[in-house]
Design a protein around this ligand. Structure first.
Ligand code: GDP
Ligand code: MG
Length: 162
């Protein structure tokens, strides 16, 4: 069986951009229109000759009430079907309530988690990313999904836990 990597996190942190970066092509929809995108979309991925399935999540309305709970519920479904999880946080924003809700789900799941500090577009952003140690999930891996910075190193780490 091909291992499954779930990509979770609140809206707009760059999950779909990162999925496209991993796939090396633009398939996942960036800046999803609320209500249009399905909740979970699976893609076949490959890195260093190893195949895995990457599951992009999203599709909820960012303006909905109880957003943090919805994100956590969505993460729960995706995580239960995954072998490992990539938890994406926007390093330029820092830790939000919704991020904390997802962390609870991830802890309960017992699955391996790779913490991604996204939108670290330059060296300066790495200082901001260090704040994400406070999530208690270990080392945050700084990447720029948009520009590709750190993406290769991240994929190496993912293969180690997958
Ligand atoms: P999702 O809702 O988590 O799937 O986020 P998207 O992938 O749709 O991205 C949301 C917005 O963040 C888009 O405008 C992206 O271009 C932008 N974005 C994603 N990754 C990066 C990044 O590494 N750096 C910067 N500056 N913007 C990013
Ligand atoms: Mg998305």
């Amino acid at each position: 069986r091909v291992p499954v990597l779930a990509v979770v996190g609140r809206p707009n942190v760059g999950k779909s951009t990162l999925v496209n970066r991993i796939l090396g092509r633009r398939v996942a929809v960036v800046q999803d229109v609320p209500g249009v995108t399905r909740d979970r979309v699976s893609y076949d991925a490959e890195w260093n000759g190893r195949e895995f399935t990457v599951v992009d999540t999203g599709g909820w309305d960012p303006d909905a009430t109880g957003l943090a709970e919805r994100i956590a519920a969505q993460a729960e479904v995706a995580v239960s079907a995954a072998d490992a999880v990539m938890f994406v946080v926007d390093a330029t924003v820092g830790i939000t309530d919704a991020d904390e809700e997802v962390v609870k789900v991830l802890r309960r799941s017992g699955k391996p988690v790779v913490l991604v500090a996204n939108k670290v577009d330059d060296e300066r952003g790495e200082l901001e990313a260090a704040v994400l140690w406070n999530l208690g999930l270990g080392e945050p891996f700084p990447v720029s999904a948009l520009h590709g910075r750190g993406a290769g190193d991240l994929l190496d780490v993912i293969l180690e836990v997958l």
